[in-house]
Design a protein around this ligand. Structure first.
Ligand SMILES: Cc1cc2nc3c(=O)[nH]c(=O)nc-3n(C[C@H](O)[C@H](O)[C@H](O)COP(=O)(O)OP(=O)(O)OC[C@H]3O[C@@H](n4cnc5c(N)ncnc54)[C@H](O)[C@@H]3O)c2cc1C
Length: 310
């Protein structure tokens, strides 16, 4: 892999680590090295790193908790910016008897925010029970269930334009959330403001626990994965059912396996590579297409430079 000439300058200026295996930063536990990796703790540090990367024409890949990412075995060229240290707590602002606004930085864990809402009797996020990752990643993915996404709880977002490095506030009415996606390119989410509804804490806890129990019962939570691998072709046509009906539950390419618990999960049984997962993905897509004429699209995001993958 040829290195970008500006890499050394950024590395020296911010004392960053080079050639860092991305399997440490993804839930799938696969992926080759990041040419350079930054874990900024403050917005100032983040902007300074991004400015230098821009001046040096080094491409930037944004990673949150890495729970929805598949990184190629060849690694990621340029700078990988991991947001997990961009946290400064959760701020609550009670607007009315019914409505409270919660604000947090993008690196805050979704699970931490969910716990906060349960403790403080704030309803709206219960359906996110058990979903791993950061708030920034959750908003970018419009994370949720087959019928709900976190976009429904957003009041506004603070975002950084990756070209101009200007920060703007985007209100709900200017945000387009679709199935597992926020339509926002070339921006980094810095801050999230949620609007939640006051409710008896026991009731919030019961709702949350019911979602968590269902998830733990129906989805494999113990082996590395990236959650559901494919998007459902239609709300009433789950990808998992198509894959299961095509007889692919348990199908494997080396250590990459279609989970025997939930057919829309590809799990890493130990030593799977990105290529193993991509080969299994291709096999699933081919089988489902041959049988049903449906092309399954991935929900998991393939990131970085993939020169040698098929
Ligand atoms: C066991 C398991 C269960 C899961 N269950 C669910 C589920 O029930 N529902 C569901 O929707 N998902 C689920 N997922 C997938 C995943 O948890 C969610 O998509 C999660 O919201 C991703 O957050 P992240 O911080 O890990 O994002 P990442 O995977 O790091 O990134 C996802 C995308 O968002 C971008 N991104 C991340 N942070 C920012 C930021 N601050 N600004 C701009 N872009 C950013 C990245 O570049 C990437 O394109 C599951 C995953 C696992 C491993």
């Amino acid at each position: 892999m040829t290195k970008y000439p500006g890499i050394k300058k950024i590395q020296k200026a911010f004392d960053l680590a080079a050639d860092v295996p991305m399997r440490q930063y993804t839930r799938f536990k696969v992926g080759g090295p990041a040419e350079l990796l930054a874990l900024p703790r403050t917005r100032q540090e983040l902007v300074a790193i991004l400015k230098t990367a821009k001046d040096e024409s080094v491409p930037v890949t944004i990673v949150g908790g890495g729970c929805n990412l598949l990184v190629p075995d060849q690694g990621i060229r340029g700078l990988v910016l991991v947001t997990t240290r961009l946290t400064s707590g959760i701020l609550a602002d009670k607007k009315t008897d019914q409505k409270t606004r919660l604000s947090m930085d993008a690196g805050e864990r979704l699970s931490t925010v969910c716990r906060y809402t349960v403790t403080h009797g704030l309803s709206g996020l219960e359906f996110c029970a058990g979903i791993p990752g950061t708030m920034g990643g959750a908003v970018m993915m419009n994370a949720g269930t087959a019928t709900q996404g976190i976009g429904s709880c957003i009041h506004c977002l603070e975002v950084l334009n990756l070209d101009t490095l200007m920060v703007t506030l985007l209100k709900k009415q200017h945000l387009v959330f679709t199935y597992r996606c926020l339509e926002l390119t070339n921006h980094l989410i810095l801050g999230i403001h949620l609007e939640l509804t006051s409710m008896n804490p026991d009731q919030v806890k019961n709702n949350f626990d019911a979602h968590l129990k269902h998830k733990q019962k129906t989805q494999p939570m113990d082996l590395p994965s990236a959650g559901c691998f494919f998007k459902n072709p239609r709300p009433n046509l789950p990808a998992g059912k198509l894959i299961e009906d095509a007889g692919l539950k348990g199908e494997a390419v080396r250590d990459a396996q279609v989970s025997p618990i939930h057919a829309n999960y590809i799990v890493n049984r130990g030593h799977a590579t990105c290529q193993d997962i991509l080969d299994l993905k291709a096999r699933i897509q081919k089988t489902v297409f041959t049988r049903y004429g449906i092309t399954l699209e991935t929900e998991v995001r393939l990131t970085g430079k993939r020169e040698k993958t098929r």
